[in-house]
Structures are given as structure tokens and as C-alpha cells.
Design a protein around this ligand. Structure first.
Ligand code: GLU
Length: 610
């Protein structure tokens, strides 16, 4: 998820690696490290928690020489952020850096431990180094050893491997997260993003999924994981210096909206498999006595996490039949809510540091509740406070308003609800499998929605001068109407309200006139006709309707001024696909109005004060 940089050539590797990592800093990270093969032939590492300055300081005190090396900035998914868990990871003569997730890491870990390997970190990455080491010991050539290793790995990953046994060669391989080869004169580079190599060369080869590259100073050999050779000529990168910031996007927000398909895949990785009815988490999320001891569930959260909790409530109650209460953390801590050992408290927080949520959890812990954290940040205060953690694994989110974290919180709630209902015996295997199946289609469907951007941008232009917006939704999409309104007001400063479509006639209908844009979420479900009737109420008062739907009937077309069509998914998953056009709409309206999209006024990413 974070930064990868590798170098082989005549220059000192270390400064080049550090410079490359610095250019990837925009991706956010929690620790960093480098490894080189020293002039005496030994491979050595330096790793530090925190920012690159810590690593730089360490290298100032204990420098690394050598003309070949790898460097990494890590964003923890498996194991807390610390120097021991930072990359590169070493096993015998081998060092590995890795972005992404090895899904079958539990199996591989057990396997390696049983064969006597000593592991020194909690990461999935270290296992890769040990597997390569084993293949080398078995007499394989370096390239072969890595190729056999990647065939054992499941998940979405990119790796770069270095070995004392082949001191002039780096090997890179990937299944999903990007890797770019920079081709120089007598030197070559490998990085997870173009900005890291641009200071050195503009000739680049982008690796495709399922490809591996053997990289020497003067040569590059590409092949598929099965060993078949691949020919691809370098192409010239014409980016100017400005475009390379934020990976080519003008704003982090746009970049993060675009990262959602990958974020979804990473959150699903290892937890559900196509064709299987099971949801497997890395640990037991439920209290010791299992579902039988859960009397009710309380979800505490703030901001957009409160909204995903509302969707969570809907799905958990629907599937597991356990009553779920959702509360603002800031309110909860000052009520005297009934909590006891039969309460399961789920704290939802993107940063894992939300002070109000932490305080609500303290109250829960005091009264004996079982605490589960749904958060994006490994080892955050909220993760540590909880008895169990469900990490959303969407990578660092830098824009203050949330997008990919929001989507993966929804995803995590579905997984949890299906898991819980199955444990309770309320879901037959066939039903669970059927519920999980559409989750695998979501990344492609989100990509399809991202292609609607030109249309959404046009709509944004038309409505960017509005003073108010109304967002309407019903049922499971009512919270998404709240999210659409929240997103718009946060980044464009336009006043917006989210309302249940059925509730509109009890108040907000007074606001409707020809100047008011009304965004309505109208999926093809059993509330379709009802919502259509609500829209007629808007139409008769001349409101301007923007409909988001997976069922653009003639009737709807006749009522709505604009229609944004999203792909169809299962009824419970529609909030995921409804969210994405609302993100793009808010983004383009804000960009049109020239606001500070990534850091809107008065807002902070992690609200660590009460
Ligand atoms: N899963 C790996 C870890 O937790 C890689 C994380 C990353 O992409 O930075 O160490």
C-alpha cells in the first residue's frame, strides 16, 4: 500500500533509495527501512519506526554502502507499526520489501514454523523472505526461487527481493499494487510509483499483474509467473513536475476515490473466497461465549463512521436479528446507557484515535462489555483498547473527508454481519455464499462508476452555485443520503441536508422550489415505487431532481432532471455503489467552487479532542 524503491547500478544506492522514498511520502506511512548489499558482500538493513527523518538519522550514525539496494515505507496491515515489523525483512541471505497483503499468511506461517523457521516479526512479508530462502537452499537459482515463491502467495501484492547469493540482481513481482521499472544507462530502478524514478530516468516499463522482472544494472528480463518470457519496450513518461505530486492527481481526494476498488479487494483479502460461504477473520471477533452471550450490540462512532454504523445496524439486525443501537460517541459518554456483560460494543473509527469514541469504549470496558474495534489504523488507541480488531486495510487516507475508509467500513460491517449470522446458525451455507458473491463484483462495478466522471462533472457545473442541497434515500440507503449531504457540506461549504425520503413531507418539503437541487437515491428494491411517489412530491413543487439509480425506468426519466446510472448489485450492497457518485459529485462541485478540497476549513482528520 505504501512506498517501494529499488536501485542497481554504479552509484551509491542509499541516497537514491532515500530520495525515492521521500518522493513517495505523499502516500502516508508509519515506518521505513532500507537494505543494501555492502562492498564486502553482506546484506545489511536499517529500519526505523516513524518518519523518514528517523531512518536518515540512523543511517547518519551507521551508514550503509553498496551499489544495490531496496527501500520501503510501510503502512501496517499485519502487525503493529514498529522497527521490527518495518521492511525490508530478512531471512538468511534474502531481503524482501512488500506492498499489499498475503492472504494465505496464516497457513504459510504455520507451515514455516513447523519446518523450524524462526520468525522475528508479526508481518505477512517476512514469510516471503523465508520461502525464498528455502528455495535457494534447495538449490534453485535466485530468479527461480522467487518465481516458485510467488506462486505460493495469494493476495494482492507487489514485492522486490534481493539476495547476497546474486549480488547484482533485484527481482520484482506483482499481482496488483503498481510497480514501475525505470530504465537508465547502466543502472535500473524499480518503484511503486513514477515520481520516485523521474529524477533519474523518463524511460519506464510498467509491470502487469502476474509478471516478474529480473533487474540487473544493464539488463531487465520480464516474464509471467509461469516463466513464459514477456517482451515490452520502455515508454517515455511525459509528465511534468507538477503532475507527479499525489501520483498524478490534483487532489488526494480524487486519488483516494480512485483507490477504492483496490481498497475493497484488500479488505476482503483472506476473509472471503469466491464460491465459499465462510467469512474468516484473523482472530475471533466475538465474546468468549460466542453469539449466545450477546444480548445486544451498541455501535459508537462519530462523523462518517456514525453513518456507516447506521448501515451496519441495518445489516446486522437484518441478518443476525440482534438489536443494534447506534450512538454518537460524544453523546453516549454523557448518557447513562444500560451496558453489561451481555453488551457487545463496536467502536468504528477511521483513525482509531477519535477521543469521544475512546471515551465511550472506556465506559463500555468498565461495565464489562465486549469491545470490537473497526478501524483503519493498526495499533491505534481504539484498536488497543478493544478486545478484538477488524481492520479496514484501505491504506492511508490523507484527504480529510473520507472515501475509501467509508467504503471499507461498509464492507467490514457486511462481513461481520454475515459471519455473526452464520455463527448463530441463521444463515445456510448456500445463502451465505450467495450474499458474499456480489462482494467480489464490487471493485469492477466501482470502476464502472468512476467512468461516469465526465457526466457527473457536468452535473456538478450546473449545480455548483446552489445555496442548499437536499439528499433523499430510504431504508438501507437513508444513511447514504446523510453521507452525500455530509460530504458536500464538508468540502464545498454548501449547506446540505440528508433526509429519509418518506420523512420529507413532514418538514423539508417547505424548502423545495425551483432553486433546490434534490439528490435522490432510488435503487431497484421494494421501496422503488414509494420513493418514486416522494419524487413526484418534489416535482410538483418544481425541485430539481438528480436521481442515482440502477433502474432508470421511463417514469423516473420523466421526473428527474439528471440520472446517474449505477450497476445493479444485491439489495444490501446498494449503499456501496450509491456512495461513489455522491463522492464524485461533491468533489467536482467543490473543485468548481475552488475550495480547499483536501483540507477543508475547520476540519481535522483525526479528532483527538473531546
Ligand atoms: N502487509 C505488509 C505489512 O503489514 C505490507 C504493508 C504495506 O503495504 O506497506 O507489513
Amino acid at each position: 500500500m505504501c512506498g517501494i524503491m529499488g536501485y542497481v547500478g554504479p552509484s551509491e544506492a542509499c541516497p537514491i533509495l532515500l530520495d525515492g522514498l521521500a518522493r513517495l511520502e505523499y502516500r502516508g506511512y508509519d515506518s521505513a527501512g532500507v537494505a543494501t548489499i555492502q562492498k564486502n558482500g553482506t546484506l545489511e538493513l536499517r529500519r526505523a519506526a516513524g518518519k523518514l527523518t528517523n531512518l536518515r538519522r540512523m543511517l547518519g550514525e551507521a551508514p550503509l554502502s553498496g551499489h544495490i539496494g531496496i527501500g520501503h515505507t510501510r503502512w501496517a496491515t499485519h502487525g503493529r507499526p514498529s522497527a521490527e515489523n518495518a521492511h525490508p525483512h530478512k531471512a538468511g541471505p534474502v531481503a524482501v520489501i512488500h506492498n499489499g497483503i498475503v492472504e494465505n499468511y496464516l497457513d504459510l506461517r504455520t507451515e514455516l514454523l513447523s519446518r523450524g523457521h524462526q520468525l522475528s516479526s508479526e508481518t505477512d512479508t517476512e514469510l516471503i523472505a523465508h520461502l525464498v530462502e528455502e528455495h535457494l537452499k534447495a538449490g534453485r537459482a535466485f530468479g527461480e526461487a522467487v518465481r516458485e515463491t510467488v506462486q505460493r502467495l495469494r493476495g494482492s501484492f507487489s514485492i522486490v527481493v534481493m539476495s547476497e547469493t546474486s549480488p547484482g540482481m533485484l527481482i520484482a513481482a506483482k499481482t496488483a499494487t503498481p510497480l514501475v521499472l525505470g530504465i537508465g544507462e547502466g543502472e535500473n530502478f524499480i518503484a511503486s510509483d513514477i515520481p520516485a524514478i523521474l529524477a533519474h530516468t523518463r524511460n519506464a516499463i510498467v509491470l502487469e499483474d502476474g509478471e516478474l522482472a529480473e533487474i540487473g544494472a544493464d539488463s531487465v528480463r520480464l516474464m509471467r509467473f509461469d516463466g513464459t518470457a514477456v517482451e515490452r519496450a520502455p515508454r517515455r513518461i511525459e509528465w511534468d513536475a507538477v503532475a507527479v505530486t499525489k501520483g498524478g492527481f490534483r487532489h488526494y481526494l480524487r486519488k483516494e476515490i480512485n483507490e477504492q476498488p483496490q481498497a475493497w479487494i484488500d479488505t476482503l483479502a483472506g476473509r472471503a473466497d469466491p464460491g465459499s460461504p465462510r467469512v474468516n477473520f484473523e482472530m475471533d471477533l466475538l465474546p468468549k461465549g460466542g453469539p449466545a452471550v450477546i444480548g445486544r450490540i451498541v455501535m459508537v462512532s462519530a462523523g462518517a463512521s456514525w453513518i456507516t454504523s447506521q448501515v451496519g445496524k441495518f445489516v446486522i439486525e437484518d441478518l443476525a436479528g440482534i438489536p443494534v443501537e447506534v450512538d454518537y460517541s460524544s453523546e453516549y459518554r454523557y448518557r447513562r446507557p444500560p451496558i453489561d456483560e451481555r453488551t457487545m460494543m463496536i467502536a468504528v473509527s477511521q483513525s482509531g484515535e477519535t477521543a469521544d469514541t475512546l471515551a465511550a469504549m472506556e465506559e463500555g470496558a468498565r461495565r464489562g462489555a465486549h469491545l470490537l474495534a473497526i478501524t483503519n489504523t493498526v495499533d491505534s488507541s481504539i484498536a488497543r483498547k478493544a478486545n478484538a480488531q477488524l481492520y479496514t486495510r484501505c491504506g492511508p487516507e490523507i484527504s480529510v473527508t473520507t472515501t475509501k475508509c467509508f467504503l471499507t467500513q461498509l464492507e467490514s460491517s457486511y462481513l461481520f454481519a454475515i459471519h455473526l449470522a452464520a455463527k448463530m446458525g441463521r444463515l445456510k451455507d448456500a445463502d451465505a455464499e450467495q450474499m458474499l458473491r456480489p462482494m467480489f463484483a464490487i471493485p469492477g462495478q466501482v470502476k464502472a462508476i468512476l467512468k461516469l466522471e465526465p457526466q457527473i462533472q457536468q452535473i456538478a457545473r450546473k449545480f455548483a452555485t446552489a445555496h442548499d442541497f437536499l439528499f433523499l434515500g430510504r431504508g438501507i440507503n437513508y444513511p447514504i443520503a446523510l453521507e452525500g449531504a455530509l460530504k458536500l457540506k464538508e468540502i464545498s461549504y454548501i449547506h446540505a441536508e440528508g433526509y429519509s425520503a418518506g420523512e420529507m413531507k413532514h418538514g423539508p418539503i417547505a424548502l423545495i422550489d425551483e432553486k433546490l437541487p434534490v439528490v435522490v437515491l432510488i435503487p431497484n428494491d421494494d421501496l422503488f415505487e414509494k420513493t418514486l411517489s416522494n419524487l413526484r412530491e418534489v416535482q410538483s413543487r418544481n425541485g430539481r431532481i438528480i436521481a442515482v439509480t440502477d433502474r432508470a425506468t421511463d417514469e423516473l426519466k420523466a421526473i428527474a432532471h439528471e440520472i446517474i446510472e449505477v450497476p445493479a448489485t444485491s439489495r444490501r450492497l446498494t449503499p456501496v455503489l450509491m456512495t461513489v457518485p455522491l463522492q464524485l459529485l461533491a468533489y467536482h462541485i467543490a473543485a468548481e467552487r475552488g475550495t480547499d478540497v483536501d483540507q477543508p476549513r475547520n476540519l481535522a482528520k483525526a479528532v483527538t479532542v473531546e
